[in-house]
Design a protein around this ligand. Structure first.
Ligand SMILES: [Zn+2]
Length: 200
């Protein structure tokens, strides 16, 4: 059971791991939930980067491929995940959104019949989705999101929608379509929205 207490995520009666980052701004009232991928391999690596001052980047949550959740920013504070962005007539979505980073390698390359991440880690064929990104015209390979990660993100989204006046779940590739491709076509956005809102 997940819920929010004082802008922190609670799971089974306890705060989830909270590792505060210096990369945060002032108070916000979030209206959107923005999903990202880390373009990396491990939750520890993502948390380490997003809590280092040099990255000048952060997100409210990092969700590992096993579904483990780490919070970096209270939900009523501005996290630095969206960059230059626009949605629904609003600019700078950082000021209006909760950002979640999903650990995922992102776009893969095929070399001699093997799929590899940008850091050249081999990805098994059954861990790959071949699809055309909605902002692209070419079929490419993308790392799958494990079910445990999707379900953890769904539980988080339900808790966030119960607590905050959120209106939509959107991707970084929706709010910065010429610059960003995450969470990409491997993220099951339609099914995910149905998990949260039901059919509508
Ligand atoms: Zn992103």
């Amino acid at each position: 059971m997940m819920y929010i207490d004082k802008h922190h995520l609670m799971q089974d009666g306890h705060n989830v791991d909270f590792l505060p980052t210096p990369n945060m701004g002032g108070t916000i009232t979030p209206q959107y939930l923005v999903l990202h991928y880390t373009a990396g391999g491990s939750a520890a690596g993502a948390v380490s980067w997003l809590t280092s001052a040099q990255s000048k980047a952060s997100a409210h949550l990092v969700i590992g491929r096993d579904g483990k959740i780490t919070q970096l920013v209270p939900f009523n504070r501005c996290a630095w995940h969206a960059g230059k962005s626009r949605w629904n007539g609003f600019d700078n979505l950082n000021e209006l959104s909760i950002g979640i980073e999903l650990v995922n390698a992102g776009m893969l390359t095929l070399k001699n019949g093997d799929w590899r991440t940008p850091s050249q880690t081999l990805v098994a064929d059954d861990d790959v989705v071949v699809a055309v990104h909605k902002n692209d015209t070419v079929e490419r390979g993308w790392q799958k999101y494990p079910e445990a990660q999707v379900l953890a993100c769904a539980a988080v989204a339900r808790a966030l929608f119960a607590e905050y006046p959120l209106s939509e779940i959107i991707g970084h590739d929706d709010i910065a379509p010429f610059r960003k491709i995450d969470p990409g076509p491997a993220w099951p956005m339609d099914e995910f929205r149905t998990l949260i809102f039901g059919k509508r």
